[in-house]
Design a protein around this ligand. Sequence first.
Ligand code: PMP
Length: 355
Amino acid sequence: MSKFWSDAIRDLTPYVPGEQPKVSNIIKLNTNENPFGPSPKVTHAIHSFESNKLRKYPDPDSTSLKNTLADYYNVSSNQVFVGNGSDEVLAHAFMAFFRQKEPLLMPTITYSFYDVYCNLYNINYEHIPLGDDFSIDLTKYQRPNGGIIFANPNAPTGKALTLDAIEGLLNTNTESVVIVDEAYVDFGAQSAVSLINKYPNILVIQTFSKSRSLAGMRVGFALGNAELIEGLERVKNSFNSYPLDMLAQDTAIAAIQDEQYFQETTQQIISTREWTTVQLESIGFNVVPSKTNFVFATHRYLPGAELMGFLRTHNILVRHFSRPGIENHLRITIGTPDEMSAFIDCLKKHPDIST
Ligand code: PMP
């Protein structure tokens, strides 16, 4: 703690401390990375990249990438914003839209960075409790102008909302910016991208880190009405007008261009998720129905912290949250079929788990 630090940073703790270990002999099911590598087209883009180009600055507008995304989602390129991972896109969006008189509304249990950005940027916020089954009731999110954010599917619960529920919210909240964080949407949920031409106040944020397996490249993007996108560009241009490096732009384009690989790998993850759910249930876990590349599960009588520790001693990492209300839950990223078999076999060796 330094006397030079402002109040906004005093209580900050590093995100997922120790969740990115430096050793390789582990099964890493703790940070929702994709277990498959990126598309072979991405590998090709890296190999054919001419390093001499690096002496120049990258395209500050990421024009080709924006055009590629615009084509893919059937929107105009002025409805697309790109940033260094969706974390940066979210940070810009909080700055651009949520510093209002009214507090921002968000679920109690959701992506933990939302609170962090509010604290950093001095944004008032209010948490709306989830239902007992971790559901989000969007009819409770009524706000004249403060803004609304939620992840769909939610994290770390994995639960998804319907498009109808989101449209219902937009019909009753016309003055507030509504951000839908769709980091995990490709694993079986309904995307709200189809609503951006109908409602001027919805911003959909997605990432290349999960379904496109490019977490290491840091590419995220937002889709919305051109006015909202311009708001994001304003923040970006006064902050860091070169959001994406050249290789990130090229590899993201290559990833979008390999639809077949994307479909095959996401389908594989979805089927492994369903298999894992059945297996966990058969050894005493309650599992929240997931539309993501992870499952959120609690054992009927064994504490979450203990199970996480047990798995760790067997070189398997999963995520445990100490937050009240979910302290007995584990968030388990879906790995390859082999990794998930090893994970289930390991749990079956726990002396208090009956099979
Ligand atoms: N939103 C949610 C809900 C997430 O879980 C994550 C990843 N931890 C992000 C956004 C940020 O992902 P990235 O910055 O890698 O795009």
